[in-house]
Design a protein around this ligand. Structure first.
Ligand code: URA
Length: 369
């Protein structure tokens, strides 16, 4: 099968199942899977192969059945960026408007952050809910965010791709992300596809290609799937680092956040409200979302959410207390001028080196960095 792909052949569904199952169960070793992934990296996958790979990874573990939760269930995914704290704001805004948010999130890797790390800035916050707890929380307060437990095949394959220079392939990224989203069982999947120097997709053309690929997979699986392309040529908002990003998310929930983060949350939220049939058009959706910020319902929902998942909310009204950085060093420009552009990837790398991110999957994160 490695040879077949290396020569540009197309694999059947059962051949792809054989590879995914064999690798996950350990009968196919890392060296053969690495060679296979590199062949895929260069030769690509057809739509049928990508769909079969996604399905094989989705089926490799448990799949959540959310049908016992009344009403529509939405999930959101970002392809990863610098300073991306969107989920914290968006998920609670949406839940405050009566739409269930059943959100599966990951940890940060490299120069991109992860929502699970950010949420752990609240002492006690539980990111490993059982499926029953996850479902109960959504039933009671309309929102739950859990760590990665689904698609074990993707977990193993992604870790191998990370160390074999085979991450940046559209079909591999699309199947990796969608396998987790499909296993999580939501009805609406909104994808925030980042484009720019701080993202996997460095330009709009590639971001659009990834977006189309994921939407195709979602639709073929009978899910309402929508993608938004957003800018990652500069960090999102002003704060980068786990606890610092929580501070900025709280400011945004109080209606005092930076314009780019605020606008992105409104854009993604608009898609969810329209897809859920809660708003008849974008203008109505926008008004509802803005109101959830100005009347305090989104912020109250955030507090309820953190508390329900076991997080200590004693500092939530004074969130800078969540940040205990050992050193604070102002860096002042020597001359006056205008900032024309920002090296987004370099800023992400710098924050990772300072401890905000992981160099590899076993690195420890300093939540205050
Ligand atoms: N995020 C994922 O979950 N998978 C990828 O392959 C890339 C980004």
């Amino acid at each position: 099968l490695i040879l077949k792909k290396r020569e540009g052949g197309c694999l059947t569904e059962s051949e792809i199942n054989y590879i995914v199952k064999g690798y996950t169960q350990g009968s196919i070793p890392d060296y053969q899977m690495s060679a296979f992934l590199m062949a895929v990296y260069f030769k690509g996958l057809s739509d049928e192969e990508t769909f079969a790979l996604t399905k094989a990874m989705t089926d490799s573990g448990e799949k959540l059945d959310l049908s016992c939760i009344p009403g529509v269930k939405a999930d959101k995914h970002s392809t990863g960026g610098v300073g991306d704290k969107t989920t914290l704001v968006l998920a609670t805004m949406i839940a405050s408007l009566g739409i269930n948010m059943a959100k599966m999130s990951g940890r940060g890797l490299g120069n991109t952050g992860g929502t699970i790390d950010k949420l752990e800035s609240f002492p006690g916050f539980n990111t490993s809910l059982t499926n029953e707890q996850f479902i109960e929380n959504i039933k009671h307060i309309g929102i739950a965010v859990n760590g990665p437990t689904l698609s074990p095949a993707d977990k193993k394959i992604y870790a191998l791709r990370d160390v074999t220079a085979t991450v940046e392939n559209v079909s591999l990224i699309a199947s990796s992300i969608m396998s987790k989203k499909l296993a999580a069982g939501a009805d609406i999947i909104v994808l925030d596809v980042k484009s720019g120097s701080g993202a996997f997709m460095k330009n709009e053309h590639d971001a659009l290609q990834l977006a189309h690929e994921m939407v195709k997979i979602g639709k073929a699986s009978n899910k309402q799937t929508i993608a938004v392309i957003s800018d990652m040529n500069q960090p999102l908002g002003h704060n980068i680092g786990n606890a610092l990003e929580v501070v900025e998310a709280i400011e945004t929930l109080k209606g005092k956040g930076p314009a780019d983060l605020h606008n992105l949350c409104i854009a993604l939220g608009t898609q969810i409200l329209e897809a859920a049939g809660k708003a008849s058009d974008a203008a109505q959706a926008k008004d509802m979302l803005e109101l959830s910020l100005t009347n305090g319902t989104a912020y109250s929902k955030f507090k309820e959410f953190i508390k329900t998942q076991g997080g200590d909310i004693s500092n939530i009204d004074n969130p800078m207390k969540l940040v205990n950085a050992s050193y604070i060093v102002p860096v002042i420009s020597n001359s006056e001028g205008y900032v024309e552009s920002i090296e987004c990837e370099q800023i992400g790398r710098a924050s990772m080196i300072l401890g905000a991110g992981r160099k590899d999957k076993d690195s420890l994160v300093d939540l205050s960095a």
